[in-house]
Every structure is written in C-alpha cells, then in structure tokens.
Write a protein that binds this ligand. Structure first.
Ligand code: FAD
Length: 395
C-alpha cells in the first residue's frame, strides 16, 4: 500500500501541505484532507472586505482543485480525536483513519473568557471577526449602519495572536468607511492589552494623516485594564473609565485549536512546540504542526508564514516516506497593511532554524514618510500577493 498522509485543517497551513505532498509525490503518497467547511473564507484580506476594498466572494475559496488537479482526497468533516499510539485520527462521524504521517493545522481557538463578560454567545452582539465568515459579515453590517457621532470600541488581544498588525489595519479600515461616509464626530477607541503593537509608528502616522482625531489608542496603563464588557448594552468598563459604544469589536486572547491541545501536543503556552528544521512536533515524530497552532519562533502567525512552514513540512514528509531529496528549511514572511486607499505598509523577513527555534536572519519594515508612489506600489504588491498565495494554497 502507498504511504498515507492525513492532514487535519484546510486553511493556508493544511491545504498547502496537502497540495504539495500530493502534487510533488505524483500519486506515490495518498493524501487525505480533513476539513469540515466546504468553502474557506480567508481571514487575510477580510479587513479589506470590511473597508469595502473587496467583496466576500473574492476572499472565498473551494477545495475542488486540490481534489481534481492534485488527487487529494477530501473528508468533509472534522477530526474528533487522535490516537497517537495507534496512529489513527478519529473523525466526527466515528470513522477512524490511519496515517503514516499526520499534519495538524487547526488554526486558533479564541479564549472567550480572557475578556470578562465576553463569550461565544456575546460574539453575536460584539463580533470578534477573528475567524472569517459570518462574524466578518456581522461586523461589516454593524459598521455600515453607524451614524455620525458613533463610538466604536475595539479590545485588542495580548500576544501571541494571529496577524499582529491585524487589529490596527482593521481600525484603519473602519475609519476609512466612516470618513468616506462623511462622518465628522465618530470615534474609534482601541483598548489594548499590550504596551505596544506591530508597525506602531507607521499606523500612528497614517492615522494622523488620514483620520485626524478619529482613532485613539490606549495601552493598559492608560485604561488601567479591561474590567468587563456587557453585550446587552454594548458597554465596556475599564479600571479608569466606561464606554457606551455603538459597536464593540472584542478580539480575545488565543490558543491552538482544540484538537492539538487534546492530543497533548501543546505546551503551557497553549501552542505547539515544533522542530524548526522540519516543522515536526517536538512531542511526536509522526506528526507535523504548521500555521497558527505552532510556536513559530520569530515568525508571526500569518497565512504567509503558514504557507511557508507548510512547504517545509511537505518536503520533509516526502523525504521520509518516499526518499525525495530534502534541503535545509528556509522560511519567509511578509505582512502588508492597508491604512487608507493606496497607502500600504509592510513588515517581513527571512528565517532559518537557529538556537532551537525559527530565527529571523533578515527583516524589513516600511519607513515613515515614504513617498506616496512607493506606498501605492506596496498596495499593488499586497493585491498581487493575495492572488498568488490563494492560487498556491487552493489552486
Ligand atoms: P486557519 O486559517 O485558521 O485554518 C484552520 C482550518 O482548520 C480551518 O479551516 C478549520 O475549519 C480547520 N479545523 C480546525 N479544527 C479542525 C478539526 N478538529 N478537524 C478538521 N479541521 C479543523 N495573514 C497574512 O499572511 N496576511 C494578512 O494580510 C492577514 N490578515 C489577517 C486579518 C485578520 C483580520 C485575521 C484574523 C488574520 C489575518 N491573517 C493574515 C492571519 C491568517 O489568516 C492566519 O494566520 C492563517 O489563516 C493561519 O492559517 P492556518 O492554516 O494555521 O489556520
């Protein structure tokens, strides 16, 4: 029988591994992708959807090409548990699927109780929109219905979380929508749970330039800590104040998806240690963990990172199972953030295994006061990246 790879999770991490193992082994390895969703709405560029720069369809992808073009077998269900000793994944319908190598890429779970008063039920009034789909649509509907003079409060998450610049790009997109509708008095208050954030100087300069007075960022010293949120009244209480808002976006703390935690593959950070040379779990040589669920060293939790890690994992798995040639692991990432039309900044780097982690060997960051033409070019790069990476993952 052919060697068998089971992949749990069809996001940028899992879908990329499934594709690359199937494609590059030319049928010599059986690949099964376990994913409950029929279609995947990307979190990446979901802020652009919020800002009206994209429609939902353009960030929604199916798995048909993985099956048709590359021979990946699709199991349209979720994995319920993993028996690591027997090397079997138990599916939600009770069936067991055995594996030679297992890849797990379940993304994140939200720690709803990290914000007092918040819960999964409360996300119907106060959307997190940190998993794309109905939550993103709800946030957009709420945003689009605001009248001038509205107050938006965002509770921003502690590290580590997926997409470090994401909350601040989101605030920019919200301001873009309000400004475009002619709002003069609406305000966005970001109550952060950390003292600083990704690309801070670039965002702050962009906000002053495009949305003067509209976005106010507070670190924990300024608000004293989040005391609680009340979804019924859309109130957020901090130690030092109280905000009665028209829209509240709570982005809670995060941890690896349940399936890897239940399988004993996470440590006390809630995320999964991996070997930086291969993306193999530090706890089980037959299991690889890529994407948001892993501890990625100096890399951020991003779709770009997940896709890059996935290619390393796919190569190493082919090396192990069918003796394909392998090369030393190399990783890359870039995160673009749109601040206002044609004004985009980026951060990124190259990474290699070093000192037991995935370590940055080169980094870059946009500069404040860059010429408008460069920022516009950076946005074109961003749109080109989306097209390229979605074809690379799902095509
Ligand atoms: P996910 O994308 O979360 O996919 C996990 C998949 O696993 C899901 O489809 C889920 O259904 C499935 N799954 C979970 N549990 C099970 C189970 N038990 N059985 C079967 N399947 C399961 N990244 C960028 O690179 N660029 C950006 O511009 C960017 N913008 C972002 C903006 C926002 C607002 C957010 C929230 C994120 C953004 N990101 C961006 C981050 C990016 O979306 C994530 O880092 C990326 O999706 C991680 O991929 P993943 O495959 O690890 O997990």
């Amino acid at each position: 029988a052919k060697p068998k790879v089971v992949v749990v999770g069809g996001g940028p991490g899992g879908a990329t591994v499934a594709k690359y193992v199937a494609q590059d082994s030319k049928g010599a390895i059986e690949v099964i992708l376990v994913e409950p969703a029929k279609q995947f709405v990307t979190c990446f560029h979901s802020n652009l959807y919020l800002g009206g720069f994209r429609d939902l369809k353009s960030i929604t992808h199916g798995y048909g090409d993985l099956a048709k073009k590359h021979g990946v077998k699709l199991a349209n269900t979720s994995a319920a548990s993993i028996d690591r000793d027997k090397k079997v994944v138990k599916l939600a319908n009770g069936a067991g699927v055995n594996y030679d190598r297992l890849v797990i890429a379940p993304g994140i779970d939200l720690k709803f109780d990290s914000v007092p008063g918040y819960s999964e039920a409360a996300s119907q009034q106060m959307p997190h929109a940190w998993k794309a789909g109905p939550q993103t649509q709800l946030l957009k509907t709420q945003l689009d219905s605001l009248k001038d003079g509205a107050l938006i409060v965002m509770v921003a998450p502690p590290n580590p979380y997926r997409c470090p610049p994401g909350p601040y790009e989101r605030a920019s997109m919200m301001a873009h929508v309000l400004k475009a509708k002619g709002h003069k008095k609406s305000k966005i208050v970001i109550l952060d749970t950390k003292p600083s954030f990704s690309k801070q100087a670039l965002f702050v300069q962009g906000w002053e330039r495009h949305y003067p007075g509209m976005i106010e960022w507070q670190d924990p010293k300024m608000h004293g800590g989040i005391k609680n949120v009340d979804p019924k009244t859309l109130t957020v209480k901090t130690d030092l104040g109280e905000y009665k808002a028209q829209l509240v976006n709570v982005i809670p703390a995060q941890m690896a998806g349940r399936i890897v935690r239940d399988a004993g593959l996470a440590n006390d950070t809630g995320f999964c240690p991996i070997k930086p040379e291969s993306m193999q779990s530090a706890m089980d040589v037959n299991i690889y963990i890529v994407g948001d669920a892993c501890i990625p060293g100096d890399m951020p939790k991003s779709a770009f990172s997940a896709n890059s890690q996935a290619k390393v994992a796919a190569m190493m798995i082919r090396g192990e199972l069918i003796k394909s040639p392998t090369f030393p692991a190399r990783y890359t990432n870039t995160c673009w953030s749109l601040i206002e039309t044609d004004d985009t900044v980026k951060i990124g780097g190259r990474y290699e295994p070093k000192d037991g982690k995935i370590a940055a060997v080169e980094t870059f960051l946009s500069k404040t006061d860059e010429p408008a033409a460069l920022r516009k070019q950076t946005q074109e790069e961003n749109m080109g990246w989306y097209k390229g990476i979605s074809a690379d993952i799902f095509g």
